[in-house]
Design a binder for this molecule. Structure first.
Ligand code: F6P
Length: 192
């Protein structure tokens, strides 16, 4: 049966510095995950011919670098655009844009960053990705937290409004097997 593999990129420099957005490279730990991911795929999908989809951001491509499969970059898989808050920590946002910080907390799905996007915006730009996924087999998607939350909610049949709170931890490979009665999920945490 058909499978969809999902992973966030490995830990990035910005993740370590607690900054959102940006286009930073992977940390040392993130690079270890990239290596581990290759092993996890070999172990859990032996002999399978996957296609790897990444975003256009460096941290997803670095995470895919050891995977010996056909690769495709999608702008639609880039992380939620935080607009003027890109590159800031949540503490900085709370200090500089206290009203925005509060508004986002109160309505995280619809809150749109100044000059950026909301979760709702991401759900809309993911429509072509979802359509393509529905027609394809054996895709491994390496993307970002907000984007993965939306894709995961879609396949889990969770209302999209709840996607901003789905737990999608770093360094975890998720296997989805869509079935007639619902999607079977397997989560594999990398031991690094
Ligand atoms: O911190 C990593 C990150 O991917 C940011 O780039 C992004 O803005 C954020 O997570 C999305 O998570 P949340 O919607 O919970 O702020």
């Amino acid at each position: 049966p058909r499978c969809i593999w999902l992973s966030r990129h490995g830990e990035s420099i910005y993740n370590v510095e607690k900054k959102i957005g940006g286009d930073s490279l992977l940390s040392e730990r993130g690079l270890q995950y990239a290596k581990k991911l290759k092993e996890m795929i070999e172990e859990n999908a032996p002999g399978e011919d996957l296609t790897v989809w990444t975003s256009t951001l460096k941290r997803t491509q670095q995470t895919a670098q050891y995977l010996n499969f056909k690769k495709l970059q999608w702008k639609a898989l880039d992380e939620l655009d935080a607009g003027v808050c890109d590159g800031m920590t949540y503490e900085e946002i709370e200090e500089v844009y206290p009203e925005d910080f509060k508004a986002r907390d109160e309505d995280k799905y619809f809150y749109r960053y100044r000059g950026g996007e909301s979760y709702r915006d991401v759900v809309i730009r993911l429509e072509p990705i979802i359509m393509e996924l529905e027609r394809r087999e054996n895709i491994l998607i390496i993307t970002h937290q907000a984007v993965l939350r939306c894709i995961y909610a879609y396949f889990m049949n969770v209302p999209q409004e709840e996607s901003p709170w789905m737990a999608i931890p770093l360094h975890t490979l998720i296997k989805l097997e869509p079935r007639a009665y619902g999607t079977k999920v397997t989560k594999m945490k990398a031991n690094i």
